[in-house]
Structures are given as structure tokens and as C-alpha cells.
Design a protein around this ligand. Structure first.
Ligand SMILES: [Zn+2]
Ligand SMILES: [Zn+2]
Length: 390
């Protein structure tokens, strides 16, 4: 008997969605072409931020190769010279990814950024393409130029060519010291490719302040993504290192999305209370406005604590839902169901050894999550390159 298709619960009806995510990488190891990363944007925009960056190139390639999905959701125009998939991937990365939120410094969350970085640069020559391209970062850049500048060939705005790498101090220090350090990889940020933004734990930021534009340019971008989004970072425990969560809030609708990088049950004694760190995030959630939680479920529920190394199982994820309802900012009368929330499961660690179940690992994890789901949260196992409306 064929195993049941348990996790194909994708909803392509985006009519009521506010945000869209494109999973660029969904697994927690082994396959270097599918490591943790998600693009996020507001519906209607075609400019994205990346949430972790384990895999960039292969995920974008998977997404744009499925041209019907791509064109259904987004207005993407390629230069006339971009005829191969690789040329299109490079263009998409250059013109449509605004910056990178990195939750922690493990290689499976940063290696895509490092490896695509040589192509991750929007040259001012792009202003002179014929026919002109009027979407993505180029559209933002054009709207920021004065009429006189718009007439010039090659106006060379210094803005937005530098993309942002954003995170808490522990993460940014690790990337600076150990990755872009001219030993492991060329120090591209020092060559003007990237700008680091080091965030303070639990401080609220405007997303637009984390992009390299000046005050006048910011005011001219009012109303469009990435303006009008507030972001709050939170420290998380990840065995012996610090990880992070990022809470995004639309300042017009108050709708929220929370992204957790790796976190969970330690193997060993570390002075970090992982559950309490997550409770701090929950206290900042407006429960009726929460649209999605991105969180890991690396292993199946029968994995022992000694094998967890700072990760989560379905039983740990579901045990976080009651504290979410208890500690979040509640409605009157109280919200008691999570039916309105998408639970997007990241970082399922592939098993290369014999598996005990007739279900695939993804099906098994989906089953364990949905078998014990008292608050009816909408569990989604993402697929690389398949957009999810939020
Ligand atoms: Zn990790
Ligand atoms: Zn990881």
C-alpha cells in the first residue's frame, strides 16, 4: 500500500493572504541544496527578505523553474540577456532579495549567503537595460532618484547595492570573524557588498531602518514593503550557542509573523532556559493577529533528549502552543483556537539510515504534529520552491 500523502495541505488561494513566503531550503542537514532558508514578502510586493540563508541558489532555481507558480504570485522581469536558468537565478537574487536576517551562525543557516555572495550585487549598469526593468530593487531605486538623476545614464546610486546582513551580536560577530574574514571566504562586506546590522535583543526596529537608505528616501517609500514593518529580535537557546527569533509586525494591520531559527532541548547542561526564551517571544504576540509561526521540528518525538543538541520534536513544538495561548496578548473573549495560524515546519533532519516507519520522515513528523493538535493550528510541511500564502 502506498504511504498516505499526509502533508500536501498547500493552499494556493492567496486572495485573503497578507504575506507570501518562498521556501528556499527546508531540511536540517545532509542535502546542501536544501538547507534552511525562507524568503518573505508582503503580498503585492516582489522584494523579499531572507530568513536564514542555508540554501539560496538552488531554492531560487527550483522556484523560478516552476514558471507558472512564479508568474502567478509575482511580477518578475528578467533582462533580455538572461536566457538560462542560472542567469535568471542570479538576476532574481540581485534584484529581488533586499537583505538577510540570520538567526544563528551554524553553517546550514549561512552557507547559501556565502556561496551566492559573488553574484549578489546589483550593478548600476542595470539602470541602462533596454527595455528598462521596473520591478524589484530597481523599481525602488528608480523611485528614489530625482528626475534629473533619472535622465542620466548610469546614475550610480549608492543605496541598496549594499545588502543588509541582520542579526543579534553573537551571530553577526561569528559571520564577521569566521566566514567573511578573507580566510574562509573573501571579506565581501568590506568591499562594499554588504552592510552588517547588529540588533539589540527585544528592541523594536523599523525594517526600513535596516536597509541602506537615507531619511528622504525612506519617506518616499511610505506604504510599500519593506516600509511599515516592525521587527523585534529575541535571543533563543541552541545548545551551546545563541540563536534568535524574529517577530515581524505590519504596522497598519498589526498582523504578525514569527520566525524561529534553530532552538530547543539541550543535550548537556547549559545555562540557558530555552522554554523561558520562547515565552518572552509569546508575550509579544497579539494572538488574534498572529498569521504564522516558522519553527523547527528536527527529529521525531521518540528521539531521546541526549540526542537533541538544541532542537525540537513534534511533541516539544505542540507543548509550546498552550503557553502561546496563555502568555500572548489575548482578546476579549479569549482566543482559544489556533486555527487561524500557519505552523510552518523547518529543519526536518533527513535520515540516511534505515527508518522504522512506512511513512516518509516528513509524513511521520506531520502525523506526530497533527495527531496531537488540541488547538487546531494549521500545520504545513513546506516544499522547496513552493510559495505559501500567509
Ligand atoms: Zn543550528
Ligand atoms: Zn540548523
Amino acid at each position: 500500500m502506498a504511504p498516505p500523502k499526509l502533508y500536501q495541505n498547500y493552499d494556493y488561494d492567496c486572495s485573503r493572504a497578507s504575506f507570501i513566503t518562498i521556501p528556499l531550503g527546508t531540511a536540517g542537514g545532509l542535502d546542501e541544496s536544501n538547507l534552511s532558508s525562507f524568503l518573505l514578502t508582503k503580498k503585492g510586493s516582489n522584494v523579499f527578505i531572507a530568513l536564514d540563508a542555508g540554501t539560496i541558489w538552488a531554492g531560487v532555481s527550483q522556484f523560478i523553474s516552476s514558471s507558472s507558480k512564479c508568474s502567478r504570485f509575482f511580477d518578475i522581469t528578467y533582462p533580455s540577456w538572461a536566457t538560462t536558468v542560472d542567469q535568471k537565478v542570479a538576476w532574481f537574487i540581485r534584484n529581488h532579495i533586499l537583505g538577510y536576517f540570520i538567526g544563528h551562525s551554524h553553517l546550514d543557516h549561512v552557507q547559501g549567503l556565502i556561496e551566492s555572495s559573488p553574484e549578489d550585487y546589483l550593478s548600476s549598469i542595470a539602470f541602462d537595460f533596454k527595455p528598462p526593468i521596473n520591478n524589484g530593487l530597481l523599481q525602488i531605486l528608480r523611485s528614489l532618484l530625482s528626475p534629473a538623476q533619472q535622465q542620466q545614464s548610469n546614475p550610480s546610486p549608492t543605496i541598496l547595492q549594499k545588502k543588509s546582513i541582520i542579526g543579534l551580536p553573537y551571530t553577526i560577530n561569528a559571520i564577521q570573524t569566521h566566514l567573511f574574514n578573507n580566510v574562509i571566504f573573501p571579506n565581501l562586506p568590506s568591499f562594499g557588498r554588504y552592510e552588517y546590522f547588529t540588533l539589540d535583543n527585544t528592541v523594536k526596529y523599523n525594517l526600513i531602518d535596516l536597509v541602506t537608505v537615507n531619511e528622504t528616501q525612506k519617506s518616499s517609500m511610505k506604504g510599500q514593503f519593506p516600509n511599515n514593518i516592525q521587527i523585534t529580535p529575541f535571543e533563543l537557546c541552541h545548545n551551546d550557542i545563541m540563536s534568535s527569533a524574529f517577530l515581524f509586525q505590519d504596522m497598519t494591520t498589526n498582523e504578525q509573523i514569527v520566525f524561529f531559527s534553530d532552538t530547543g532541548v539541550p543535550s548537556g547542561n547549559y545555562n540557558c532556559d530555552w522554554k523561558e526564551k520562547i515565552n518572552v517571544v509569546w508575550r509579544n504576540i497579539k494572538i488574534d493577529k498572529l498569521k504564522a509561526i516558522f519553527i523547527e521540528s528536527s527529529f521525531t518525538s521518540n528521539t531521546s533528549d541526549s540526542q537533541m543538541y538544541g532542537h525540537l520534536r513534534p511533541k516539544d513544538v505542540m507543548a509550546l502552543m498552550e503557553p502561546l495561548l496563555m502568555k500572548s496578548q489575548q482578546t476579549i473573549p479569549r482566543t482559544t483556537s489556533l486555527r487561524h495560524v500557519k505552523l510552518i515546519i523547518e529543519h526536518i533532519k533527513p535520515l540516511a539510515n534505515q527508518f522504522y516507519s512506512r511513512l516518509s520522515l516528513k509524513q511521520q513528523i506531520f502525523k506526530e504534529l497533527t495527531d496531537n493538535n488540541p488547538f487546531n493550528i494549521n500545520v504545513i510541511i513546506p516544499q522547496q520552491g513552493e510559495p505559501i500564502c500567509i
